[in-house]
Design a protein around this ligand. Structure first.
Ligand code: GRF
Length: 205
């Protein structure tokens, strides 16, 4: 594996929370590795899903990874404390939710001074909110008759999918789209979106 670019002293050092295939985390990692997102690094990844494909990938690229299954913690807060401790160990100063399946609490957000971003597969505020995940999002877009969809990178706040938008990329919805074809087009846009969103941020000190 080629070496990672050196991590600048004043940089965003992201911790990633992911629960599944992790294609967004991988796309951002590749963009950072190719030095097109200066001032940003992914320092560590945590997951609540021991079977997540993203774990194998993190091991392959030697990214520090922690597996913290929901059943190992009596409360969501106890699990989040474990994430916080793990991320602190790796100098994390911001968190990316990249296909993470649980809603994070206000105390988790404040542990990172609100520096928590999420990626969502629609043009928020359309097709967001509790239960709007995976296929349900694209089904909702198709049922609504919207002529365009896309993806959104937004700051995470107390309201599900309600935080300020940092970046959106639009894609067209075709008359003959299915959930699968629309999801694939949106995912291709998602794979550019975290990098584009991070380029909008000032570098912290
Ligand atoms: C993406 O569609 C993202 O927008 C949503 O969950 C999915 C995660 O995909 N929050 P992946 O695990 O990054 O491939």
């Amino acid at each position: 594996m080629p070496g990672l670019p050196p991590i600048p002293v004043n940089a965003w050092r992201w911790g990633v929370l992911a629960s599944g295939r992790g294609s967004n985390a991988q796309a951002l990692f590749r963009a950072i590795q190719s030095q097109t997102v200066p001032g940003h690094a992914i320092n560590a990844l945590a997951t609540n899903n021991p079977q997540a494909n993203v774990v194998d990938w993190a091991n392959e690229v030697a990214l520090p990874v922690a597996i913290m299954p929901n059943v190992n913690y009596e409360t969501r807060q106890a699990q989040e404390t474990a994430y916080i401790n793990f991320f602190n160990e790796y100098g994390v100063n911001g968190v990316l939710l990249a296909g993470y399946t649980r809603i994070v609490s206000a105390s988790f957000l404040s542990a990172f001074e609100g520096r928590v971003l999420n990626i969502h597969p629609s043009l928020l505020p359309r097709h967001g909110g509790v239960g709007m995940v995976g296929r349900a999002v694209h089904q909702s877009v198709l049922a609504s008759g919207d002529k365009e969809s896309g993806c959104t990178v937004h700051w995470v706040t107390d309201g599900v999918d309600e935080g300020p938008v940092l970046w959106q990329e639009r894609v067209g919805v075709a008359a003959d789209d299915t959930v699968e074809t629309l999801a694939a087009r949106v995912l291709a846009a998602e794979h550019r979106a975290f990098a584009q969103a991070l380029r909008q941020l000032p570098i912290p000190h």
